[in-house]
Design a protein around this ligand. Structure first.
Ligand SMILES: Nc1ncnc2c1ncn2[C@@H]1O[C@H](COP(=O)(O)OP(=O)(O)OP(=O)(O)O)[C@@H](O)[C@H]1O
Length: 319
């Protein structure tokens, strides 16, 4: 289980701070696929970096903490906090970054990329045994063994993405974070990648966090979702509730913008642009674009309102 306790994170740039994550507080349960959605620039990737403990200048955590509740080999419960989570990469938590081509070493064969990535984190000392284990795992995921000999540019985008997922899940981590795993892939390949993620999760019964701006991806595979707007998590609920009973006006507008088969009525986008995260507005950050904004929205930040134990949204309309 992964828990974020009131986490804020910012980029410390020459002209000030970009407050990319603001007081985010939620947990990802064991045995679920949790989706994070929101417009470009709302802080989704930064939030994943915070969860993964990938805190490098100019990014810094300014408030709160991240905890992973796991267990050691003997089954004794262990809690990892941010600052030490990186010591357990691949084994306890792994990360499938955006853009499969850019993150792979273009001059190393896939086999060596596996060896290099996980060498510090597994207990297998014999390279031949390790190679056999990798082959067995690829077979399990229905990936051809020849890919191990290939260079990244010899593989299709979809195959590179599958390999990154295989690499990220090889040591059976409790939590897998995937940043836009299907972006830039055609719909058929997309479907294959999503099916692969679902199968892996079903087998391992671990937690997967998927960041995507594509609501269709969330609809297909996530169990619960968080909607981000301007650095804040403004609604969290089971995916079915998000699609059938969204409560925050921003979530409603996101859902209404999705085209539906058989419905020829024109789809409305969300007017306006998100606020600057260098100098976010007081009150509700969505107020300037919200058709229902009231005076209070422009001055007072909305608190969370719980519709049920599993569903909350931060909006004055719900009070
Ligand atoms: N290295 C950086 N230095 C300064 N600001 C950054 C840096 N990386 C991201 N930002 C800013 O932080 C904010 C959140 O960016 P982030 O990439 O987390 O959003 P996102 O929702 O993942 O967007 P996208 O969907 O486009 O990837 C944006 O305003 C972005 O410009």
């Amino acid at each position: 289980m992964l828990k974020l306790n009131d986490v804020s994170a910012q980029y410390n740039i020459l002209t000030g701070y970009v407050k990319a994550v603001d007081k985010v507080d939620f947990e990802v349960k064991k045995n679920e696929i949790f989706g994070i959605a929101g417009e470009s620039g709302c802080g989704k990737s930064t939030l994943l970096k915070v969860m993964y403990d990938l805190i490098q200048y100019p990014l810094e955590i300014s408030n709160g903490n991240v905890e992973i509740h796991s267990s050691d080999k003997s089954g004794t419960p262990v809690i990892y906090n941010n600052g030490e989570i990186h010591k357990s990469w691949w084994k306890v938590i792994s990360y499938v970054p955006q853009g499969a081509m850019h993150v792979m070493n273009p001059v190393a064969r896939i086999k060596n990329q596996f060896f290099d990535a996980i060498s510090k984190y597994h207990d297998i000392t014999d390279k031949k045994v390790l190679q056999q284990e990798i082959l067995n795992y690829l077979k399990e995921l229905e990936l051809p063994p020849e890919v191990l000999k290939a260079f990244p540019h010899q593989l299709s985008g979809g195959m590179r993405q599958r390999i990154l997922i295989a690499l990220a899940t090889f040591l059976k981590p409790d939590i897998v974070l995937a940043d836009e795993p299907t972006t830039a892939l055609d719909v058929v390949v997309q479907r294959g990648i999503l099916t692969m993620l679902m199968q892996v999760q079903k087998k391992m019964k671990n937690s997967i966090v998927i960041v995507s701006h594509d609501m269709g991806v969330h609809y297909q595979i996530t169990n619960r979702m968080g909607i981000m707007y301007a650095g804040q998590m403004i609604e969290v609920a089971p995916t079915e509730e998000i699609f059938n009973n969204p409560r925050h006006p921003y979530t409603k507008m996101l859902i209404n913008a999705i085209p539906k088969i058989g419905d020829n009525s024109s789809r409305e986008g969300i007017p306006g642009t998100p606020p600057s995260l260098k100098n976010p507005p007081v009150g509700c950050r969505f107020a300037a674009r919200c058709p229902h904004a009231m005076d209070i929205c422009r001055t007072v930040e909305p608190e969370r309102v719980y519709m049920s134990e599993e569903h909350y949204a931060s909006c004055h309309l719900l009070n």
